[in-house]
Ligand binder design. Structure first.
Ligand code: ADP
Length: 467
């Protein structure tokens, strides 16, 4: 096991990892930009190194500065958190070249899975059902039209290197396809430095259900159940819960087993998430793998009792997986609400500012992961996630009530700051959500935005695909 780990991230996830390190007797090194001098992790970690100015390209994305901080402090491993360099195979390579263990899957596995078109092809090989679509990047608008004609509208055009809900365009009719194709390529090039795109049939009335897996470097793996993350704005999650509600036990089992089969097929190591869309008939379709810890990982921790960061550290340290599938017992229901410094009334725009009041909820089975504190300055440079409120209860009804109680207690105020708390409360109040019957269209419905309607029938075979 490691003696010292560098945390190449910021915000609540850096705090989360620093806590895990301390619990395991590992010394932690925080890195921070000049904008984050006063951040919570700088106080909580054993050491802290400034790695550059606020612009993340010069700090949290600056591999050379991070590796230098590790060298200077004698860290043996790097935990990348989520976002920033967490899914960058080049960074993982650079770590290895400098004698540092990158806490995540092997670089070549990450490279294959980070290319979403390649991941589709790889997972199809393992027999995972995919939404109908292209099996390779689509090179011209004419080719895109041919694929769309075959799979039917609506379609979604996605950047091969996309992530974080960005670089995707929903196309409802053939007339819109050509311009949307060009637009998405330009946007993908600007956002990810890669203009390759591919097409999928857009599933209306679908639910986003994902499966947490843990695999070691010796061919062992377990799944830790499902999370429903259908409550999304602009394809980014707002509320997550586990296990996914209102699905049959057979579907939940099949999802979990399918994900684990896929993970073992690609030689995955560490904590990973397999994302699926589940349609009304409970047919599921693989969409992508996230090669890192997810923001919503506490949901799984609450229902499984497994500390995923501890497991990541053990796996990266070369310890064989400490769990067998029969040791994984899921109990009750957990829900997470993300508290972002954003204004839902203005399209969820970030609202930076200084916190004047910050009193997170406490109480039974209530966990808050946050880097916020009174007087903390929520800067304009990074993402707007301020806190995650997670509750657990033996059943969903009580979990919902507990979350309402927790959000009611949460006091956040500051100059110019709005939060997503009032919006999360609207979600909790929604009758469909309360019944566990909701889709990725829920947020748009609450905001009065019409969802895409599929005019053409959805192909009957869920595994059907073109090229
Ligand atoms: P990212 O990597 O940017 O997060 P994903 O491929 O995981 O992108 O998709 C993010 C979200 O976009 C999904 O959770 C879902 O709401 C929506 N989405 C993606 N693909 C489809 C699809 N084929 N049909 C319907 N919705 C989709």
């Amino acid at each position: 096991m490691f003696e010292k780990v560098l945390i190449a991230n910021r915000g609540e996830i850096a705090v989360r990892v620093a806590r895990a390190c301390r619990e395991l007797g590992i010394r932690s090194v925080a890195v921070y930009s000049t904008a984050d001098r006063d951040s919570a992790v700088v106080r909580l970690a054993d050491e802290a190194v400034c790695i550059g100015p606020p612009d993340s390209r010069q700090s949290y994305l600056n591999a050379a500065a991070i590796v230098e901080a590790a060298r200077k402090t004698g860290a043996q491993a790097v935990h990348p958190g989520y976002g920033f360099l967490s899914e960058d195979p080049d960074f993982a390579e650079i770590c290895a070249e400098n004698g540092l263990v990158f806490i995540g899957p092997r670089p070549e596995v990450m490279a294959a899975l980070g290319d979403k078109a390649r991941a589709r092809a790889l997972l199809a090989e393992a027999g995972l059902p995919l939404p109908p679509g292209s099996m390779a990047p689509v090179g011209t608008a004419a080719e895109a039209r041919a694929v769309a004609d075959e799979i039917g509208h609506p379609v979604i055009i996605k950047g091969v290197a996309g992530g974080g809900g960005r670089g995707m365009t929903l196309v409802r009719s053939a007339d819109d396809l050509g311009p949307a194709y060009e637009r998405t390529r330009i946007a993908a090039q600007a956002a990810f430095g890669d203009d390759r795109v591919y097409l999928e049939r857009y599933l209306t009335q679908a639910r986003h259900v994902e499966v947490q897996v843990l695999c070691d470097g010796y061919g062992n793996g377990v799944h830790l159940g499902t999370r429903d993350c259908s409550v999304q704005r602009r394809h980014q999650k707002l509320v997550e819960e586990g296990p996914a509600p209102a699905l049959s036990a057979a579907t939940l089992d099949a999802l979990a087993e399918t994900a684990l089969r896929g993970a073992l097929h690609v030689g995955y190591t560490g904590a990973g998430t397999f994302e699926f869309l589940v349609d009304e008939a409970e047919r599921f379709h693989f969409i992508e793998i996230n090669c890192r810890l997810q923001v919503e990982h506490p949901v799984t921790e609450m229902i499984s009792g497994v500390d995923l960061v501890h497991e990541q550290l053990h796996i990266a340290g070369g310890v064989p997986l400490r769990l067998r599938q029969e040791d994984v017992r899921l109990h009750g229901v957990a829900i997470e609400c993300r508290v972002n410094a954003e204004d839902p009334a203005r399209g969820f725009v970030p609202t930076p500012g200084r916190l004047t009041r910050f009193v997170p909820p406490t109480g039974p089975f209530t966990r808050v992961d946050t880097h916020g504190y009174p007087d903390y300055l929520v800067g304009p440079y990074y993402d707007s996630l301020l806190a995650k409120v997670v509750v657990w209860a033996p059943d969903r009804e009580l979990a919902l009530n507990r979350m309402e109680r927790a959000l009611h207690e949460f006091e956040v105020a500051g100059c110019g700051i709005c939060t997503t708390i009032p919006f999360a409360r609207r979600v909790l109040d929604d009758p469909g959500f309360r019944k566990g019957r909701y889709t990725t269209g829920l947020v748009d419905r609450l905001l009065g935005v019409p969802e895409a309607t599929g005019d053409e029938p959805f192909p009957t075979s869920p595994a059907r695909r073109t090229r």
